[in-house]
Ligand binder design. Structure first.
Ligand code: ADP
Length: 165
């Protein structure tokens, strides 16, 4: 069985992430969306790892082509997780050249940590390449409309949660 892991902070999940996950699910037998509890790009997380996982579960339940997708939370090394699950590849979305350097460095590090580790990059669609979790948070915090950025089913959860803070 070919298993792909799509790791990230997903703070919160966006339509950009979901599109990459859906496309990955067409190619692999099983996809594990992995919420990396301790992985931080910039600053602290806004949503807890469990909240982030719950938003992903709620989103994929409503979407086509997600029957072979699971959600998990992990706070260790991605290479250890991939080994433990016997994953065929890690699949990451690339939005622009700006994503590349950091992703490439991570991919090379993971190759050193685990010899069989493969990272594959999938190009974002032109529709979603501007989208990021931080953009969603900023718009939501300022009371803007996030309907075009996240699934409708989690929109109010995100707005309520960010308004509280
Ligand atoms: P970010 O915090 O930058 O939104 P995450 O760490 O949650 O990103 O992202 C997990 C993976 O999803 C990364 O490989 C990231 O490059 C990718 N990704 C994020 N947003 C998009 C998007 N709009 N389109 C395609 N891939 C994306």
């Amino acid at each position: 069985m070919k298993i792909a892991v799509c790791p990230g902070s997903f703070d919160p999940i966006t339509l950009g992430h979901l599109e990459i996950i859906q496309r990955t699910a067409k190619i692999f037998d099983k996809v594990i969306v992995l919420v990396m509890a301790n992985y931080r790009k910039k600053g602290a997380h806004v949503f807890t790892a469990q909240e982030r996982a719950e938003l992903i579960r709620k989103s994929i339940k409503q979407m086509d082509g997600m029957q072979n997708v699971e959600v998990d939370v992990y706070d260790g090394l991605l290479a250890d997780y991939a080994k433990q699950k016997n994953a065929t590849a890690i699949v990451k979305g690339l939005r622009a050249v700006s994503d590349f350097e950091d992703e490439f460095q991570q991919a090379l590090t993971n190759q050193k940590l685990y010899a069989g580790f493969e990272t594959m990059f999938m190009a974002a669609s032109t529709d979603n390449m501007f989208l990021s979790s931080s953009l969603v948070r900023q718009v939501a915090e300022l009371g803007g409309d996030i309907s075009a950025f996240v699934p409708t089913v989690i929109r109010d959860d995100i707005l309520e949660r960010l308004r509280k803070d």
